[in-house]
Design a protein around this ligand. Structure first.
Ligand SMILES: Cc1cc2nc3c(=O)[nH]c(=O)nc-3n(C[C@H](O)[C@H](O)[C@H](O)COP(=O)(O)OP(=O)(O)OC[C@H]3O[C@@H](n4cnc5c(N)ncnc54)[C@H](O)[C@@H]3O)c2cc1C
Length: 411
């Protein structure tokens, strides 16, 4: 992976768009805008991928990566996801039936791919460097914005400023740009933490991602190439801390006990990392010439692999609205463009946040009515084919018009 963004430019004129943040959302936004014909400045530190992290990206996101010309470069280290299996391991009185959602059910060859974050970032970064419509400004941080009638001025940590008609805030969950635009957030935290690692096992995963639904939270394995998977193990926070403190042998034994031979004995695990679970949602997704993408707009727990898929839909939708405004000679930061983006993203973000929250709460509540509801839901999905197919399609992509960069190739 390229380790730094060397193409530092001194940008003095007002750019149409400034993207702040060099995570997957920021890099993909800059590329999507450039491919839509918009001259873009990208500001942030050199991209850095957290270790042992992967993202399961579903068909819409995969189509976006293909349109951006980076999918082939993501193949290395990634594995196809052909099915998702849900197993009730709550030990409740009313055990939900096992459910299997396959790509074939959705009329697809694969549901998506599990891509290491480092591979995704490297592919996006290489493409950003090769794109002449993107000017890169390496900075430790954008420290604040001054939002005005006709433009936004961004201040850089090293001194100096950048001016743009529109700022895309892709600066993550603690977004400085979101705060500077006067956008508040609402949310909550859960008494749970996700323990994350990559694991090597002895039985093939057959490209099936498995979610064990347990009282303290789901334990999910997602396929990687060969006899390997990524693990997202949600536990109550005290127990997660205990898991983190185990040596590797003891951790493997504990994991074996929970997986009950699903992937055969675990052979090795990487270092573990912990992520406390919570929800943060911006009160709006655009204001004062600033649009929010990715975790600057929404943070949800790593359950059901929805976070970055939502972020990629932000990116594709934003590229349509901004691309159209610029192509028509209009102002990309104008009120109607911001309002259209805000309205377009509300439903999708709200629905996904609600669904992930509901699943998590029905698991941890341990209440009989909640178990009954979950069990009946899964039973209906298992026995009613059209319902299952509709739910899979909805899980992969919300209904409604697909943004241009998420249309299947040739469509
Ligand atoms: C354990 C775990 C597993 C997950 N698995 C999945 C999955 O399988 N599928 C899925 O879809 N999602 C998944 N997610 C969610 C996914 O990882 C996030 O949605 C995604 O990483 C968010 O990317 P982002 O670019 O919005 O934010 P970030 O990755 O946080 O990037 C923000 C960037 O902005 C930069 N920055 C910050 N402040 C400033 C500033 N002031 N000025 C300039 N730059 C700044 C940072 O350096 C960083 O580069 C998972 C999350 C976790 C925690």
């Amino acid at each position: 992976m390229t380790t730094s963004m060397q193409r530092d430019l001194n940008v003095s004129a007002t750019a149409p768009v400034l993207v702040v943040g060099t995570g997957p959302s920021g890099l993909a936004t800059a590329l999507a805008l450039a491919r839509s014909g918009v001259e873009t400045v990208l500001a942030g530190p050199p991209p850095a991928a957290p270790r042992a992290r992967t993202a399961a990206l579903f068909s819409g996101s995969i189509d976006l990566l293909r349109h951006l010309g980076v999918l082939a470069a993501c193949a290395d280290g990634s594995a196809a996801i052909k099915a998702i299996r849900l197993i009730d391991d709550t030990g409740g009185l009313l055990r939900a039936p096992e459910a299997l959602f396959t790509a074939a059910d959705a009329g697809l060859e694969v549901l998506g791919f599990n891509i290491p974050n480092s591979v995704l970032l490297a592919a996006l970064e290489t493409a950003v460097h090769a794109e002449p419509r993107i000017q890169i400004v390496t900075t430790v941080a954008v420290t604040g914005l001054e939002t005005g009638e006709a433009q936004v001025i961004a201040r850089l940590a090293e001194g100096g400023t950048l001016a743009a008609r529109l700022v895309v805030a892709a600066d993550g969950r603690q977004s400085v740009c979101r705060t500077a635009a006067g956008i508040g957030t609402h949310g909550w935290s859960y008494p749970q933490t996700a323990v994350v690692a990559l694991v090597e096992h002895t039985r093939p995963h057959r490209n099936v991602s498995t979610e064990l639904h347990r009282r303290p939270g789901p334990l999910t394995t997602v396929p990687l190439p060969g006899l390997a998977s990524s693990l997202v193990w949600v536990e109550d926070t005290r127990r997660a801390e205990a898991l983190l403190a185990l040596d590797e042998t003891a951790f493997r034994a504990e994991l074996d006990r929970h997986l009950k031979g699903l992937l055969g004995p675990i052979r090795a695990t990487t270092a573990r990392a912990a992520f406390p679970l919570g929800v943060t949602t911006a009160d709006r997704f655009a204001a004062r010439r600033v649009m929010l993408v990715g975790e600057a707009g929404h943070v949800i727990p790593p359950i059901g692999a929805q976070g970055l898929n939502l972020g990629m839909r932000d990116v594709a939708m934003l590229a349509d609205f901004v691309g159209e405004a610029v192509a028509a000679g209009g102002d990309p930061g104008a009120g109607d463009v911001l309002a259209a983006y805000d309205t377009a993203r509300r439903g999708d973000i709200g629905t996904r946040t609600f669904a992930v929250d509901m699943l998590n709460r029905t698991l941890i509540s341990g209440l009989l009515p909640a178990d009954l509801l979950r069990g009946l839901g899964l039973h209906a999905l298992n026995s009613i084919g059209p319902l299952r197919r509709a739910v899979i399609r909805q899980g992969l992509h919300p209904s409604g018009t697909r943004p241009t960069l998420m249309r299947p190739h040739g469509a």
